[in-house]
Design a binder for this molecule. Structure first.
Ligand code: ZN
Length: 274
């Protein structure tokens, strides 16, 4: 079984590599069982470019224990006894001269590397026009404020889900401070709304009450829909302990992976292996 799982992932990665180019040897491997994943630090799509910004400094892996009861046969199938590779990531899209940041990582106080990664591609925090937030956990909104508690993205319009804002997470300390600092620069959206630069907001609730997936063109940014690709791609029924509503999280995971497959989208996420 191990070989089969790896070949599914490898086919998915290869398919991602093809990215719309006509390469018959690769396209033969594309079928309804594969999902394409972003496999480059930078990739240009029709009318925009996406940059994968790794926020974690040290390598990260997730143990099986974080996914409830994973039976021995499935652990053997996945066959990563030292833990499943992961990351903390944010993404930047450049579109029509605008810079859109998707999530903000852990923040400098917690060792987040986002600002260094932005600097590496020639972008300062003042250059960010929009920040679109998938949900309010600390590894996603931690980077919104600096070490003194002041806002980092001084010129940005920030978009958050209404459901997330109305949930307990919206009353959490980090979120409250973010709302204080960004004030009327924060805007709320409902699922199905289109944000500036034609970014669609998609219902992916379960991980948190307002967890959001974003789509621009053929790119799908899945937030925390998956924490361990190696396990949850072949077995989307497994939830991470951090998934607040496990039933809804698994349903969203299955629905959105199917949507990505059917629409031939390229998937990236905040905890996929870099
Ligand atoms: Zn997360």
């Amino acid at each position: 079984m191990h070989t089969k799982v790896l070949s599914v992932i490898a086919a998915a990665m290869l398919a991602g590599c093809a990215g719309g180019q006509s390469n018959s040897s690769v396209s033969e491997q594309q079928n309804s069982d594969t999902i394409k994943f972003l496999d480059a630090k930078e990739k240009t799509f029709d009318g925009f470019t996406v940059y994968w910004l790794k926020d974690n400094a040290a390598d990260r892996t997730f143990p099986y224990d974080l996914f409830g009861e994973v039976p021995e046969n499935i652990r053997q199938e996945v066959n990563m006894p030292d833990g499943m590779p992961s990351s903390i990531s944010a993404y930047l899209i450049k579109s029509n001269g605008k810079n859109i940041l998707f999530d903000s990582g852990l923040g400098q106080k917690a060792g987040g590397q986002l600002l260094n990664q932005l600097q590496n591609i020639g972008i300062t925090p003042e250059n960010i026009d929009y920040v679109y937030i998938t949900h309010f956990h600390g590894d996603h909104i931690g980077g919104m404020l600096d070490t003194t508690g002041a806002k980092v993205f001084t010129n940005a319009e920030v978009y958050v889900s209404q459901l997330e804002k109305d949930s307990d997470l919206g009353k959490g300390e980090q979120a409250v401070k973010m709302f204080e600092q960004y004030g009327d620069k924060i805007h709320v959206f409902n699922f199905g709304d289109k944000l500036p630069e034609d970014v669609l907001t998609i219902d992916a609730v379960g991980h948190t009450p307002g967890h959001t997936v974003f789509q621009k063109g053929n790119l799908l940014i899945i937030g925390d829909l998956m924490h361990a690709l190696a396990l949850q791609l072949p077995h989307p029924e497994f939830n991470a302990n951090f998934d607040g509503d496990k039933e809804k999280a698994a349903a969203s995971r299955k629905r959105i992976l199917e949507y990505a497959k059917q629409n031939n989208l390229i998937v990236c996420g905040m905890h996929l292996p870099y």
